[in-house]
Design a protein around this ligand. Sequence first.
Ligand code: CDP
Length: 586
Amino acid sequence: MVEQQIPADIEALAVNENAEIVLARRYYRKDIDGNPTEDATQLFWRVASAIAAEESKYEKTTASTEILAKDFYSMMANMEFLPNSPTLMNAGTPLGQLAACFVLPVGDSIEEIFDAVKHAAMIHKSGGGTGFSFSRLRQKDSRVGSTGGVASGPVSFLRIFNTATEQIKQGGTRRGANMGILRIDHPDIMEFIRAKEREGEFNNFNFSVALTEDFMKAVENSEDYDLVDPHNLEVVNTLNAREVFEILVQKAWEKGDPGIVFLDRINRDNPTPALGEIESTNPCGEQPLLPYEACNLGSINLSIMLAEDEKNGISVDWDRLRNVVHLSVRFLDNVIDASRYPLDRITEMVTTNRKIGLGIMGWADMLFQLNIPYNSQEALNLAEKVMEFIQAEGRAASKQLAKERGAFPAYKDSIFGERDLGPYRNATVTTIAPTGTLSILAGCSSGIEPLFALSFARHVMDGDKLVETNPFFKTALEERGCYSEKLMDAITEKGTIADIDYLPEELRKVYVTAMDIEAEYHLKMQAAFQKYTDNAVSKTVNVPHEATVDDIRTIYWMAYEQGCKGVTVYRDGSLQSQVLCTEGSK
Ligand code: CDP
């Protein structure tokens, strides 16, 4: 690693306590004894300067590399925007793999299957997550021509991917995450749907069933549908669509797995159909990609995109948001060039489409400050307004970059080229990620999720426990003279103030948690953001332990009708261990 001289006018950064713990464990560069060789200021300067350095290769650049490096630095140091974890970990280092999301094809031969296992290992090692469709694999017990034997089938091979992942820690820090997808018309679909029944099986995978429009219509009409051998395209069986859908709903009720993705809908929004069909998403579902494609993400912290004046009180700071969107798009486009990908084919795909995924975090915190309940029409309206703005400004920034640097190479054959909408620098600009770690670094609520609890014990790595109270909630209690240790203990136990009826009504309306929010509003929020997001939206529809199978069915159906690209439901207490849990949760 080249030692970076930090300019004298760069202000040293003090990050919050949780952020320091996470940075020290996972993000700081370390020497061979495992001691950090950098602090937060050095980390953000390493990233800012490495990403700004990419400017110098573009002749028509309007920005000076040095000024841009400082702008990138302050944007990150102020926690206005953070790129995805691999960029923070690897920018300006010899590894240099900066993307979080990859999709790899799995072909129907032993060679191709093990190529995919190997490529996934290379990606995990560098901190990226992988998604795969297993739909091309011939079904269990069908004939294998070369040996006269019988095939093992997708679920059996999935076990190999899961075990390989188990052994490889990403960048020496965390284990790889995977998405496994199977089409609803694959002959082994029932085995796949039931594959995660046993606790701990396939624990390095999220599973999603890819649903088609034909299947959804068959569910509506309670018709049979065909299971097709992917190898020879023969119909091998038929099932009743409604019965299969019911089992899917039942499994989601039991374990939250598998989720569902609407594959036709995802492909309707595929910006480059000439380059192939989208068959999978990344591990958390927010980024559909073509085989061998990768994407880097970044998130804007909405909790600080607010301004206050005497006349209007607190409102969204649209000017600041616009500036941060433009600078973030430039940053993420540079990340594509700065990144070194584990395979030449990936480099080729990535530089052809130049997809980026700019999203948000801190949405629940923004609503708290604006005194808007998450479960209200006002919140849904603002969600659309904010995301419409980010999408429009993000595209404007991408257009500006195209003027300076050229359109993404596949532009002419893309849906934008055909409609003459561009040219854009990037085939996609917006994605809403979970921001699991980024939100801890920024000290804000994650992605577009409501708070899991207003006060809770966070179980961090190695069994450490930290009690955390949402800062806006704490201030609201203090301002109203309600704050007391005893009250806080009660809230940490429950997570929510919904039943604490001596607290003011307006507080209980605004400070709602995931469990207080009706499933319908979780879903509507996802749909509101999806409306203005090029890629997809990471969101969990949380329902209480008491929710019924009927409730889950309603949610699945609403997701379909409201234009979501997929849905994940989690019923409280349906898994033995939860990463975040309130003290009293089941
Ligand atoms: O906050 P951070 O940048 O670490 O990640 P995130 O927003 O929670 O997740 C974004 C994407 O990063 C996921 O969808 C995965 O593609 C990838 N990821 C991963 O590969 N391994 C993890 N342990 C977490 C995330």
